[in-house]
Design a protein around this ligand. Sequence first.
Ligand code: PLP
Ligand code: TYF
Length: 396
Amino acid sequence: LFSAVEMAPRDPILGLNEAFNADTRPQKVNLGVGVYYNEAGRIPLLKAVELAEKARAEARAPRGYLPIEGIGTYDSAVQKLLFGADSDIIKSGRIITSQAVGGTGALKIGADYLKRLLPNAVVAISDPSWQNHRALFSAAGFPVQNYRYYDPIQQGVDVEGMLEDLRELPRQSIVVLHACCHNPTGVDLNTEQWQAILEVLKECNHVPFLDIAYQGFAEGIDEDAAAVRLFADSDMPFFVSSSFSKSFSLYGERVGALSIVAGSKEEAKRVLSQLKLVIRTNYSNPPTHGASVVDLVLNTPELNALWQEELGEMRDRIMRMRKLMVEQLAAKGAKKDFSFVVEQRGMFSYSGLSKEQVERLRDEFGIYAVASGRICVAALNLNNIDAVTDAIVQVL
Ligand code: PLP
Ligand code: TYF
């Protein structure tokens, strides 16, 4: 049966983790995978999460099946975070939200539902994008194209190119957009640029699919949801996949959500019924633990405030690392200006290092980065940053 099965390629980023784990050099540093590490170099267990888990253990909650769309109070809390607590669009009943198995699971059920709704559509993703976007929409049966996004010369967004490419897509294409903290570049659209993109999407009847996996990592919870809220004010139907993997440091618990904005409350109900069919034939219903913890934190004012404080600390620490990296590289006489690193948002920096330089970082210094030159700034700390900037200066 399996004699002719070929070895599939490794995921380029998760594969890096395997190589890193196998590396025996004690000074090794993993700047590959998009995970937030604290100053001690560990994935934190947030205090708010710890308290919610304790309360949950003490309540000895039974583990029955959840509804197909997950925990209702969790789904409403997700809507408030994304659209704003006083959002009119929530009150209108036009949004449906379903708990999902991480942000990836949200993209997957969204993609599968869209395949039923628009079987002949084209999907467009940014160039570059999180590599799983292409893989996931291709696996759902869609042809996947790129739209121009990152301009390496200006280290910014090629908005004109992006608008042009979006206009040239067939009408009613599905357009995947990073709502904030673009992965891998760390370069986001500003408000005017979002507005211009929105106009073109509307004109072409495209279906926006906003992916927000780093809410709270750029400026703040509300600020980082600005694009989602702009679309909410537009009357357009759209999809939002969201994730708590990073913002709650709950990577392995797989906590995310898919929200869909429809034209009316009545339409939204029918859409939810169809989405539930997709979920039922996929994993039946989502797991309880992670979403229960997030539900308790978001819906308990003191825990919510504590979580926001902890998220703010993560955001501030990343910014300190960006600044320190730029200062050290300049002080050490790097043959390149890295000041753009402080302008980039979220966990990543598109460093501009070449594939060969990334290879040298790994082989000679035990420093792991993605071949594209993407480094995870959230993995830097006061113990490893000197070694990292020394090594970068040497490979330049
Ligand atoms: N979307 C983007 C842009 C991401 O960077 C990630 C990262 O993991 C995800 C989605 C997936 O999130 P999750 O780990 O919750 O599946
Ligand atoms: O881009 C990253 O590093 C994160 C983590 O298949 C990730 O989004 C990477 C690859 C993957 C799943 C998650």
